[in-house]
Design a protein around this ligand. Structure first.
Ligand code: GDP
Ligand code: MG
Length: 175
């Protein structure tokens, strides 16, 4: 399949929120409890056919250890068409970190790109209860002219939908 569009998509956010797991679920449709914490740049590609027969190739970049070094982050963010920012619904200290991730991203990417915010590990809600007010990420997403969805990389809930919808967004803003 020859792609009509190739988009670079980056997945960012605090450690252990499930960034790698979400990408694996979407690209390979599997889940594991023991991905090594990502060192260097992890990269997976997936080609998809959207309605209207447009073929889009997603190059998905997984932020890992390089997030610690600014010069590596610059490389990572360069040429990005869209960003997915992930936090963990089961750990209250992860959603307040979203602001800093955006500030840092925008200090490097100076043009406007589509943004999707994911509250991941929704399967744990029944177990741990609501550790944050889930209206807050919704409001935050609105402020940032973004969208908010809740996903589970473990069960796969909403993962396909999130990537599909977001790819349509990137298509809209890049064509
Ligand atoms: P990353 O550091 O953001 O890339 O996070 P990982 O993908 O490595 O996931 C961190 C841990 O959370 C791993 O043990 C995963 O198996 C687990 N995890 C990731 N997503 C989910 C999820 O949706 N539900 C549950 N219950 N665990 C998850
Ligand atoms: Mg990772």
């Amino acid at each position: 399949m020859i792609a009509d569009y190739t988009f670079k998509l980056i997945v960012i956010g605090p450690a252990a929120v499930g960034k790698t797991s979400l990408i694996r679920r979407f690209v390979e449709n599997r889940f594991s409890f023991n991905y090594k914490s990502t060192i260097g740049v992890d990269f997976l590609a997936k080609t998809m056919r959207l309605k209207g027969d447009k073929i889009v190739k997603l190059a998905i970049w997984d932020v890992g250890g390089q997030a610690r070094f600014r010069f590596l982050r610059r490389n990572f963010y360069e040429g990005t068409h869209g960003a997915i920012l992930v936090f963990d619904l089961s750990r209250a200290n992860t959603s307040p970190k979203m602001k800093d991730w955006l500030i840092d991203m925008r200090s490097i990417i100076e043009y406007k790109i589509p943004l999707l915010i994911l509250g991941n590990k929704s399967d744990l809600l029944s177990e741990v209860g609501e550790v944050i007010d889930r209206e807050e990420p919704k409001r935050f997403a609105e402020q940032e002219e973004s969208f908010y969805l809740e996903t589970s990389a473990k069960t796969g809930n909403n993962v396909e939908q999130a990537f599909n919808e977001f790819t349509k967004q990137m298509l809209k803003s890049n064509s």
